[in-house]
Design a protein around this ligand. Structure first.
Ligand SMILES: [Zn+2]
Length: 318
């Protein structure tokens, strides 16, 4: 070994060992943020398709089925594993079938799942009344942000598995999200890292963060994103509630105009694409990307047996 002082050999070996230990820790450690930037124009194009090309999407309707098919195609094109989850519910005594659209990309199996959701259904119109419509802000805007974030994370390194859910039946009393959470196994509930929900993010300058349970307040306040308000949602509800009820930390991101959480066209025929504000969608999207990156970086091991039955893990199982 010409040129190397043999007295330095133990030092070199120690250096190599340290490098290999920290090198491998870095490789298997937490994922970093995606390389791509949130593109508000792509998100707006999604909102346009849902609210203008497809239009009204009440759960159980032809519009909902068309939207579900389109959403499944969007997620599949991004490379996600996609499934449609049908559920039974009733509206005014009518039995109907709604559909959640679920897209998944696997991360490290020890880190469980991070859920990101937005509802794509709309309220049903009432003939003769200015009620119901194409739901551009409520909630094509949230689904548009969901799809654009799914594009950013389609190839980014993951720590927990990422599961995106476009919920239906939200407007019928959270029936889609409650069905989804109700069908998680006990292991899946325990392995859930958190749930991030987008609802009405297309109008307004103020970003509001809402939690449903008081015990989620610290979780929400710890998210390193600029917001104008953090609190409980006192009027109204959304799909994060179904997760909070199952003890999964959950947060709702909402762009809040002065007229209330869903703006001046809430549940009206005037909730149309032209009323959406690019700045609102962009802020919600960037905040969503920061939130997902933070939750990826701070995710903890959620291996079921290691967490709840450590004596089993010592026997070699996980
Ligand atoms: Zn909504």
């Amino acid at each position: 070994m010409p040129g190397v002082n043999t007295r330095l050999l133990p030092l070199l070996i120690l250096l190599c060992l340290l490098l290999s230990v920290f090198g491998s820790a870095g490789a298997s450690g937490h994922a970093s943020a995606p390389l791509l930037q949130f593109d508000a124009d792509l998100a707006l194009a999604h909102a346009h398709h849902l609210s203008e090309v497809i239009g009204d999407r009440p759960a159980g309707s032809e519009g909902e089925r068309r939207a579900a098919g389109w959403l499944a195609g969007q997620f599949a094109t991004l490379g996600y594993e996609v499934r449609i989850q049908p559920f039974l519910f009733s509206r005014s005594g009518r039995p109907l079938i709604g559909m959640n659209v679920i897209a998944t990309r696997s991360g490290h199996p020890d880190y469980g799942v991070l859920y990101v959701g937005a509802h794509y259904d709309t309220v049903e119109r009432i003939p003769g009344f200015p009620y119901g419509g194409p739901g551009a802000n409520d909630n094509a805007s949230g689904v548009a942000v969901l799809l654009e974030l799914a594009r950013l994370y389609a190839s980014a390194p993951l720590t927990p598995t990422l599961t995106w859910v476009a919920f239906s039946g939200e407007e019928d009393g959270l029936v889609g999200s409650r069905f989804f959470v109700g069908n998680l196994s006990i292991q899946e509930r325990m392995q859930a890292q958190a749930m991030l929900n987008f609802d009405c993010v297309g109008i307004g300058d103020a970003l509001h963060r809402y939690y449903h349970r008081d015990q989620d307040r610290a979780f929400v306040e710890a998210l390193p994103v600029a917001s104008d308000h953090t609190g409980r949602l006192l009027w109204g509800s959304s799909d994060h509630v179904a997760f909070a009820e199952a003890n999964i930390p959950a947060v709702l991101l909402n762009m809040h105009p002065s007229e209330g959480a869903c703006g001046p066209h809430y549940h009206q025929p005037t909730d149309v694409f032209v009323t959406l504000e690019r700045t609102a969608i962009e802020r919600a999207g960037r905040t969503g990307a920061q939130t997902i990156a933070f939750l990826m970086e701070t995710s903890s091991v959620r291996t079921f047996y290691r967490q709840y039955f450590p004596f089993v893990a010592h026997g070699g199982a996980n």
